[in-house]
Design a protein around this ligand. Structure first.
Ligand code: RIB
Ligand code: CA
Length: 320
């Protein structure tokens, strides 16, 4: 049975880098392409970071394409405080000889999705500008998508604001396009994103391990969370961040989900919030004639030690 095909949309960043390492190494995932979007860093920096991480992983020449330089409406607002100005928390990687695809991100995503032998899972780990443009320009891809799994949103508190998570906040209109697309959608939000951490001793072990991919993972884990602007009281947090969405993809049994009507707040002080209606009555919204919200799958719980172990086993498998 061939491994399920996925395409990644990234704003490589420290945790997108962890996700890429995991995805290219896990035997149950086949990465057909990676599209880049501005977010944690500028588009140019995201493309360079993505290529460098693929080099460290010894990955095949997976096509990487540049996409949106900014959100549909908002101006681009990098989260320097968390990922550093280079997007990789100051981790310096060798220059790369990889070159970006001549296709745009939308063209690459469309090509790889339509060319796949089976339905593809589109994994979004960034502001969803590229994905929204893909669905708007090429609605024909919908029949070839198993689902869209995106890291973003929250059923509870936010990170970039009290109620909004960065990826959705940066492009709430794009997130709305995805959630209301009619394609099966799974939201891997802050409800689990902030909980899936790796103990510090493992990060330290990895940082001095044999394989460069192990060392990169360790260095990134040691830098994530200790905010570059010094605002964080915690020296070590160890969130695997975006990589958790890939662990969910390969080990869904370690997570709990529920289906809830969900909508993105597009105006006012709550702009960028994902409003997840967890009331029992919510399921009847459509029947009551109210403005029916789109029901999506929301990841809400997890077995933290087991999920962390699944991540570590895959990263350690680089050592052979
Ligand atoms: O809010 C966290 C998300 O925003 C992660 O995907 C991180 O990489 C940034 O893109
Ligand atoms: Ca990201």
């Amino acid at each position: 049975m061939p491994a399920p095909t996925i395409v990644l949309d990234v704003d490589t960043g420290t945790d997108d880098a962890l996700a890429i390492l995991y995805a290219v190494q896990h035997p149950d995932v086949a990465v057909a392409g990676i599209s880049c979007v501005a977010g944690n860093a500028s588009l140019e920096q995201v493309v360079a970071n993505t290529h460098k991480v693929l080099d460290v992983a010894g990955a095949p020449l997976i096509p990487v394409a540049a996409g949106a330089v900014k959100p549909l409406i908002e101006r681009a607002q990098q989260e320097d405080a968390f990922h550093g100005v280079d997007g990789l928390g100051g981790v310096v990687l060798p220059d790369t000889e990889r070159t970006a695809s001549p296709l745009t991100a939308v063209e690459l995503l469309r090509q790889q999705i339509l060319a796949a032998d089976a339905k593809v899972t589109l994994v979004g780990l960034a502001p969803q500008t590229n994905i929204a443009m893909l669905l708007t320009m090429h609605p024909e891809v919908a029949d070839h998508l198993e689902r869209i799994l995106f890291m973003g949103g929250s059923a509870g508190t936010g990170n970039i604001t009290a109620v909004a998570e960065f990826n959705v906040w940066q492009d709430p209109e794009a997130a709305t396009c995805v959630i209301e697309s009619g394609i099966p959608v799974t939201m891997y939000g802050l409800d689990v994103f902030t909980r899936l951490t790796v103990p510090e001793h493992h990060a330290q072990r990895l940082a001095s391990a044999d394989h460069p991919a192990q060392r990169l993972a360790g260095e990134l884990l040691l830098r994530r969370g200790a905010r570059a602007d010094g605002l964080s009281e915690q020296a070590y947090v160890g969130q695997i961040g975006d990589a958790g969405a890939l662990v969910y993809l390969t080990h869904p049994e370690l997570f709990t989900t529920a289906s809830h009507p969900t909508r993105v707040n597009l105006s006012g002080i709550g702009r960028g919030q994902t409003i997840v209606d967890r009331r029992a009555i919510a399921q009847d919204a459509g029947e009551l004639g109210r403005d029916p919200w789109r029901t999506i799958e929301v990841v809400l719980g997890l077995d933290v030690p087991a999920a962390a172990q699944a991540f570590l086993e895959t990263i350690d498998s680089f050592a052979g």
